[in-house]
Design a protein around this ligand. Structure first.
Ligand SMILES: Nc1ncnc2c1ncn2[C@@H]1O[C@@H]2COP(=O)(O)O[C@H]2[C@H]1O
Length: 258
């Protein structure tokens, strides 16, 4: 292992090396300097290639963001040079986020894991610590919605995101029920951040209390994130709202001022 200019450990990885194995615990992420890697998702019919990543991509960050297991296998296709980012680096970056954006990031990683059919680490307190923090209270407005209330309809313009405090909501797209969300879950954030119409209709299945975060407040909070995490947030949102096509980690991420 050598040292990069910024004194971060740089690792040279031979072609064919499996850098990350799905389902294992992980302690670091890598910022790719050169070379190409493939990302594989294990399935009943064997591994499926989610795509390839190259220079400026970050891999291995999801397990550090939510303390979960590796979501996919990552294998070098060519010789690769990568800067190693430790769990502590990610913890420090997370520490520089507002509670709202830290929570958002974690919610996005959880949504990606769900989209892969993977289990996810249980949030210890359902987000209660974040929701009760002062800075969260200044950006969110709490309201009770009656059973049957329609938060928005598929195709609407997005004006707010919602964080469920109690109760539950049903999500429906093109006449098909997609699922039920309960306390601690965030919804309505994808249209907001990707600037797309609502991809689904959401209705309260019982009396439901939510924190409402308006679009402008949300956008402001995102702007305060450290650049690497902001970049990852946008990538995850794009992935979740646009069918997650690769290059997944295409936005340049810088090491000099993360
Ligand atoms: N669709 C995808 N495209 C590119 N990289 C991905 C994709 N899904 C997961 N990854 C990366 O694969 C890594 C596997 O380990 P982690 O879950 O820690 O973090 C994951 C992401 O960095």
């Amino acid at each position: 292992m050598t040292r990069s200019g910024a004194d971060l450990p740089t690792r040279r990885i031979a072609a064919d090396t499996v850098l990350i194995r799905q389902g294992e615990a992980g302690d670091c992420a890598w910022l790719i300097q050169s070379g190409e890697l493939e990302v594989l998702l294990d399935g009943p019919d064997g591994p499926r290639r989610l795509g390839t990543v190259g220079t400026n991509a970050i891999v291995g960050e999801m397990a550090l963001l939510d303390d979960g297991l590796r979501s996919a296998t990552v294998r070098a296709l060519t010789p690769v040079e990568a800067v190693e980012l430790s769990r502590d680096t990610f913890r420090a970056l997370r520490g520089r986020c507002l509670p709202l954006t830290s929570y958002l990031l974690e919610s996005l990683v959880a949504a990606i894991r769900r989209s892969y059919g993977l289990s996810q680490p249980e949030r210890q307190d359902g987000g209660a610590a974040i929701r009760s923090s002062n800075s969260f209270a200044t950006v969110a407005d709490r309201r009770m919605f009656r059973h049957g209330h329609s938060f928005f309809r598929q195709g609407d313009e997005g004006t707010a995101a919602y964080l469920i405090q109690s109760g539950s909501v049903g999500v429906r797209r093109d006449g098909t029920d997609l699922g039920v969300l309960g306390p601690g879950r965030i919804f309505g954030e994808l249209a907001l951040l990707a600037n797309r119409p609502r991809a689904a209709t959401v209705v309260a299945l019982e009396a439901t209390v939510c924190e409402i975060i308006r679009k402008d407040q949300f956008a402001k909070a995102i702007e305060t994130m450290p650049p690497i995490l902001r970049s990852l947030t946008r990538i995850y949102i794009e992935q979740l709202s646009g069918g997650r096509l690769l290059p997944h980690h295409a936005e340049p991420a810088r090491t000099d001022s993360p």
